[in-house]
Design a protein around this ligand. Structure first.
Ligand code: ADP
Ligand code: MG
Ligand code: ZN
Length: 245
């Protein structure tokens, strides 16, 4: 289901209260004319936003203001101009360094600014889900469309768990994961990956995958170091996550 599109100034084209201008004029008791934002548009925008947040699948976190690193901010700023192809972003570094937080912020920012249809997946869940779905065609198609159709996909914690090569499900795992990532690559669609693994681990898993990640990130590889706390050094990128996230 597609929700009604609202323009970037929060006006609904079809609003009858304000004729799609986003503003209503009111005469005060003193006879002055006051112009204020249209409530109906406001409400529509908020519910649209809420819907996009819910559908994105970003994990809920009790978080207030966070700091945002430059690479994240640049990506959000340039998202509308970002070219088809070579539009990926990789956060790489130790657990607890703040990678997932950057990815969540990014999804929130894109929804707020551009009403981006984004999907956030935990890598392990994603592979498991698609691995199981493959056997049931209809569900697979729907889930896959959703995945491929999203304007932005986040795959969080890629390779946190890699089954041993001897495990019975290894080839299934690998095939599913590669199929999913190749699909975004072939469609030249934005993908954000977070991983705690070094590059050689990725290359050992599949060297073509490692190569394509580097190529598609086109320099947007952001090392995250829990010691350096990248996000502390960029205080001007503050952004308040919605309440309850
Ligand atoms: N930008 C930030 N601003 C404030 N606190 C942060 C920020 N990034 C991370 N943190 C804190 O560090 C914790 C771990 O961050 P997280 O993004 O989950 O790390 P990673 O995904 O790299 O393991 C968070 O729960 C949060 O408390
Ligand atoms: Mg994480
Ligand atoms: Zn209106």
């Amino acid at each position: 289901m597609e929700t009604k599109r609202i323009d970037d100034r929060g006006r609904s084209e079809t609003c009858q209260k304000c004729d799609g201008t986003g503003f209503v004029a009111e005469r005060t008791s003193a006879g002055r004319v006051l112009v204020r934002p249209c409530d109906a548009c406001n409400e529509l925008r908020n519910s649209h936003r809420r819907t996009l947040y819910l559908r994105s699948g970003i994990p809920r976190r009790a978080s207030n203001e966070i700091n945002v690193c430059r690479a994240t901010r640049d990506y959000a700023d340039s998202f509308p101009q970002i070219k088809r192809g070579n539009n990926w972003l990789l956060y790489i570094g130790k657990p607890g360094a703040g990678k997932t937080t950057q990815a969540i912020w990014l999804v929130c920012a894109l929804i707020d600014r551009y009403q981006t249809r984004a999907r956030f997946y935990n890598a392990f869940d994603l592979v498991r889900r698609f691995g199981a779905l493959r056997k049931r065609n209809e569900d697979f198609e729907r889930a896959f469309d959703e995945y491929l159709d999203a304007e932005l996909v986040v795959i969080d914690d890629l390779f946190k768990i890699i089954p041993s090569e001897k495990a019975f499900n290894y080839s299934d795992y690998k095939e599913t994961l590669l199929e999913l990532i190749w699909a975004r690559y072939d469609a030249r669609k934005p993908l954000v990956i977070t991983t705690q693994r070094d590059f050689d681990v990725i290359a050992r898993f599949d060297s073509a995958l490692a190569g394509r990640i580097v190529e598609s990130c086109a320099g947007r590889v952001v090392p995250f170091d829990s010691q350096a706390k990248n996000w502390r050094s960029e205080p001007d990128g503050r952004f308040a996550l919605p309440r309850g996230w």
